[in-house]
Ligand binder design. Sequence first.
Ligand code: BG6
Length: 476
Amino acid sequence: MHDTLLLFGATGDLAQRYLFPSLLRLLGDGLLPEDFKVRALALSPHDTEGFREILRPRLQQAHPLATAQDIESLLQRIDYRSVDLRNADSVAEAVSGLVDRHCVSYLAIPPGLYISTCEGLAKGGALAAPHRLMLEKPIGSDSESAEQILTTIGGWIDEDRVFRLDHYLGKAAVQNLIALRFGNTLLEAVWNRNYIESVHILVAESEGVDGRDAYYARSGALRDMIQSHILQLLCLVAMEPPASLEADRIRDEKVKVLRSLRPLDAANAARDSVRGRYTAGTINGQPAQAYQPPEGSDVETFAGVTAHIDNWRWTGVPFHLVTGKRLPERTSRVVVTLKPVTHWLFERPHRGQATPNRLVFQLQPQENIELGLMSSLAGPEWGALELQPLELELSVPTGLHRRIAYERLFLDAFNGNHALFVRDDEVRAAWHWIDSVADAWKNARLPLQPYPAGQWGPEAAADFLPGDVLADASDG
Ligand code: BG6
């Protein structure tokens, strides 16, 4: 197993809130190599002791059940180096003394610094075999910048030693989509255009942009969430059964889905998409401020796009992809709505009022599976059958935390398992489609519609959101 982590972006939010606490849990569970070491790297001019002082309370806060001994054991394994990531020599110098070990470099930094950082890693000898590289999303901000990152870095390190993260793939509920689809006969039988009317994939957040303005002002909801997490969910829902669970067999199937996505055309932009930005409002009784990006940025905090997969299985089935910040609640779910029954026998309810079967995979905050059926169990005891919707609900009593996803991803990268990481051709195919959406928005001048924080996006969002979300909102 690789035993040395070079963690770039060590003072950043991701590292402090999720990455170091994940390492702490892995260490506490005895899952890291005995001689495990971390070199923490960032611009700030700390020394190792100063960095440990900053990290200690963050670890205690993120993982209150950790023992003081485990925290100290992790801190003692960490040393800190200040580094200028725009300067390859500075990077090469900062990783010196470790390259005779088996290193994994983790870049938790803006993608604009990937190339110069990797140039330094290559100079310092940290990209030669057997060293590995973990890269956070997003890889670039469009096809062109992604291509530059992929090809330049690809000149220094082979694809089989690169691990591109999408932390959604590390979530147990997301992996469960594969288990449910391919571990049961029931689903596969109806999993196609003959039985499925539509699919909604929703990732809603109640949090705002808060503190990530510089990144977000260049990204927006489409590039931040749909390009990565939501397209990955779409792939898992729509892909063909892989020949095996080997990493490349799964990734082969995912990339086929991405390549089957019909580019969005400017002429259809208003019908097939919506973009919004939150204004001031209230969430859970608390006032929330409007998002004001810097001058010149017109990014959205809400995006809905109807994706069409032009292949044998899915032609004609709309996949509504929706995400937004400052929405009423944090919830991620996949909602699969089936077609109406072919021939309706019942008087009550009338055919048009029957609720179609629906399968809901709620991924967070709780992991739930719901199946909506029509049943007569609650109808009158005698007389005509009267049907009513019945909800079968399976709650899975496990918490789903981002930190746990990172634990899994760390272990897989240390062990060399690529199944939960994104291959270069997936990145290219995802950007290709996202570029079509961004271009369509630009060419059609699709307006940015305001929505008050605490509401389910702008009014036009109703066409993209799953019906249960809207029904709950009107009940509430
Ligand atoms: C990140 C995005 O990748 O995912 C953030 O950059 C978003 O904007 C986050 O808030 C959501 O992740 P999770 O695991 O909290 O749903």
